[in-house]
Structures are given as C-alpha cells and as structure tokens.
Design a protein around this ligand. Structure first.
Ligand SMILES: Cc1cc2nc3c(=O)[nH]c(=O)nc-3n(C[C@H](O)[C@H](O)[C@H](O)COP(=O)(O)O)c2cc1C
Length: 190
C-alpha cells in the first residue's frame, strides 16, 4: 500500500516554467509542441517581454527557455524588439541554485548558416556562468544538417540546447522535440 505514495504522480510534481519569446512565431509553436508531447509534466507557459524579471523565473526550479535568432547584434542592443533582447542581460544576476534548465533554439540553417541559432548559443553562455544545471545539450554532429555549421550557437562541440529550423526542416521538428524530451525528462522528473 505504501508504495503508491512513492509512485510518480503528475499532481505532486513541481511545475516546469516554460519561458519563451517571441509571441506568435516558431518559438511559440515549438513551445506548444513541447507541452503537448511532454504528457507527464505540468507547465506554466510564460512569454518573456520587457516586463519580465528574474523574480518571475526564480521560483521555478525546473525551467525550459525558448529563443530564436533574429539578427545577431540584437540581444544586447538598445534597438530591442522581442522579450529576449530585454531579458538576456538580466539572467546573469539570477539565483539558479538547485535549478535545472534546458533550452530550445530556433534558427534558419540555410539563409543564416554563419549565425545559426546564435542567440541560443549566447543564452547558453550566459547560463553557464550561473549555478544552473544546464541539461539537454545536443552534440554538434547529432543532426546531419547542422553538423558543419560553425556559429556562435555551438559551444565546445555542442549546441547548448535543441536546435530547430522551422523554415527549412519543419517536418523534422516533431520527432526531434519528442526525442529531446526523453533525454531531459530524467532531470526534470527526478
Ligand atoms: C530578420 C531575420 C534575421 C534572422 N537572423 C537569423 C540568424 O542570424 N540566425 C538564424 O539561425 N536564424 C535567423 N533568422 C531565422 C529565424 O530565427 C527563424 O525564422 C525562426 O524560426 C524565427 O522564430 P520566431 O518567429 O519565433 O522568432 C532570422 C530571421 C529573420 C526574419
């Protein structure tokens, strides 16, 4: 009888905070896929905007970030448009003790090969300097289409999260999201 109290139960698990930007694009579409395919967890889905602060994310000990690259100069620029441009620099001050984080990043590996998923790379670098446990890195050569790319999106032979290309490879996104969930699940549901 006692065993049932130890059985993993969705209602007992802490919610995963899925923070993403921008609204209404590929990142949001992938965020919804992730939530739909990851049936054993509950999510708070939050859009990052100019008002988002570290206080909004610090209560979560399990976090997924969704980001796209739309011009490499932008994340630290005053010419800001999307939430990440406001939020990236705030993350360095976040308290991420005992916090597990995974990232997915949207890009276009044909038109922007030299800067493919640069923003995800930048986010990975920022998070590596914090105490967060970053999980879900993807080997540089795991996906054939992305294995020859030499961009800021790659850190020491790995993408810091799941790279996706909804512009040219949208037919592969579902299977890659599903497989990625399986690799990070143990860290999120432990
Ligand atoms: C103006 C512009 C610049 C872009 N620059 C890059 C880039 O430097 N690297 C990259 O991988 N993708 C780049 N992309 C492609 C986007 O990242 C891709 O279309 C992505 O799916 C957009 O997701 P979102 O609509 O959620 O922002 C660019 C797209 C646009 C429109």
């Amino acid at each position: 009888m006692a065993a049932k109290f130890y059985k993993r139960n969705k209602s007992f698990m802490e919610k995963i905070g899925l923070f993403y930007a921008p609204l209404n694009g590929s990142v949001e579409r992938i965020a919804y896929k992730l939530v739909n395919y990851w049936k054993s967890a509950d999510f708070d889905l939050r859009v990052i905007d100019e008002h988002t602060t570290v206080a909004d994310i610090e209560p979560y000990k399990k976090i997924v970030f969704g980001i796209s690259t739309v011009g490499r100069h932008k994340w630290d620029s005053r010419y800001t448009q999307v939430g990440w441009d406001y939020f990236m620099h705030k993350l360095g001050n976040a308290k991420f003790d005992n916090t597990t984080i995974a990232i997915f990043g949207l890009g276009d590996h044909i038109t922007y090969a030299e800067t493919f998923v640069d923003a995800m790379g930048e986010l990975g670098r920022v998070l590596q300097k914090t105490t967060a446990r970053l999980v879900g890195q993807v080997d540089h050569n795991q996906f054939d289409e992305f294995s020859n790319i030499e961009s800021h999106g790659v850190i020491n032979g790995k993408y810091p999260g799941l790279p996706l290309d909804e512009d040219y490879l949208s037919h592969l996104s579902d299977e890659r999201v599903i497989a990625w969930i399986e690799t990070i699940k143990p860290f999120f549901e432990e």
